[in-house]
Design a protein around this ligand. Structure first.
Ligand code: GLN
Length: 391
């Protein structure tokens, strides 16, 4: 039997922690508070618009860079909600999900040997994408409860070979937003090194307690270096749709479009039409969804705290984190998550999965609260009952 040698980046990878935990939850009948997806489908009016487009409009290839109506809707939406001034024909690109946008950014904006700075814990897709593109991952470690980087850390991380920085705000898994003063600090380094900033902002609308999201394109100095990535999945609670948007200076959009044209080429037209419709919905419609999510966050937090767990602040996203040492739990995140799904019947995600393998541990687990009250209550009950077992 002659077997071909395999690319080591992929050969060394397992399935993602989200897939693993969802499979374990399905196998054991556990309540799935792991992988981040809403329990019920999102905006019905947006789904209806997709259904109409599917039967009434063309199902052939959409334009490579995105349908005109969606490009305009994206520019209009960010103009209205974040004060950005974007030319739909020049500054916007539609991709098949934010993950494709991340891939297109990494593949087209770095070259082999270039260094890319990421902040650990970071979303699981970043490191394999960088490595497959021949880049070198440079990790800056952040710690709870504030998860902020310092000037000393940036000084150490940046080098003449730094070509890109990848950030997530609001952050998955830490839930924190990058405040303007931290953006200003980062911008100083990026401008000095002419490094692009790929900013994964898919959670931009899911922020709580009146906090304001500051995106990369609002940061003075980063207008020509920033790549802002958004996602319809998170905006409309339709995570399976995989419709992403990239906003950036024309030069970067054109470069990324060259990667996109050979990754997926174009994105399903009926979904693009529906997303264009959805982006035109009144602000109050989005606020309703966020208010419901905030109530779910508060319910999960109150229940877990009453059950003997210490939680970390949740500023945005679908997630709430449990601080294990703060809760008096001696298990590490991996062990807690495994025993949690098998013995307590609740799936969670350990933050170790967002860190370099074999590195410093991070004894925190992430729980998704985009669920019904009944599901949250069952999860709280089971975790609280197992509190002694899981210590
Ligand atoms: N973004 C989702 C999460 O953080 C996971 C997406 C996936 O499973 N790839 O839970």
């Amino acid at each position: 039997m002659t077997l071909p040698p395999l690319n080591p980046v992929y050969a060394g990878l397992g399935t993602t922690i989200f897939t693993t935990m969802s499979a374990l939850a399905a196998e054991t009948g556990a309540i799935n508070l792991g992988q981040g997806f809403p329990e019920t489908d999102g905006f019905p009016e947006v789904r209806e618009a997709a259904a109409r487009a599917l039967t009434d409009s063309s199902n052939q290839y959409a334009p490579m860079k995105g349908q005109g109506a969606l490009l305009e809707a994206v520019a209009g939406f960010y103009g209205r909600t974040q004060g950005l001034s974007l030319d739909p024909a020049k500054n916007v690109l539609i991709t098949s999900g934010a993950t494709e946008a991340l891939a297109a950014a990494v593949f087209s904006l770095i070259s082999p040997g270039d260094e890319v700075i990421v902040f650990e814990p970071h979303y699981d897709a970043y490191a394999p994408l960088i490595e497959r593109a021949g880049g070198v991952v440079v990790r800056v470690r952040l710690n709870p409860p504030d998860w902020r980087f310092t000037e000393a850390q940036l000084t150490k991380a940046f080098s003449p070979r730094t070509r890109m920085v990848m950030v997530t705000t609001p952050n998955n898994p830490t839930t924190r937003l990058i405040p303007p003063e931290d953006w200003a600090l980062l911008a100083r380094f990026c401008v000095a090194h002419r490094a692009c900033v790929v900013s994964d902002e898919v959670w931009e609308q899911v922020v709580f307690d009146g906090t304001t999201h500051h995106g990369v394109l609002n940061v003075p100095g980063l207008e020509t270096l920033g790549v802002k990535i958004g996602s319809a999945g998170k905006l409309f609670a339709l995570t399976g749709w995989k419709v992403g948007f990239v906003c950036a200076h024309e030069r970067l959009i054109n470069q990324m479009a060259k990667a996109h044209q050979f990754l997926t080429f174009a994105t399903p037209p009926m979904l693009q039409s529906a997303v264009a419709f959805g982006l035109g919905l009144p602000d109050g419609r989005f606020a309703e969804e966020v208010a419901a999510l905030q109530r779910s966050r508060d319910r999960l937090r109150a229940g877990l705290e009453a059950g003997g767990f210490r939680t970390l602040p949740s500023e945005g996203t679908y997630f709430l984190n449990i601080d294990l040492p703060g809760s008096g739990v001696a298990l590490d995140g991996q062990a807690f998550a495994l025993r949690g799904v098998k013995e307590a019947g609740v799936a969670t995600i350990p933050l170790d999965a967002f860190c370099a393998p074999g590195g410093e541990g991070l004894p925190v687990v992430r729980l998704c609260f985009a669920k019904s009250d009944a599901t949250l209550d069952r999860g709280i009950e089971r975790l609280s009952a197992a509190r002694q077992l899981l210590s």
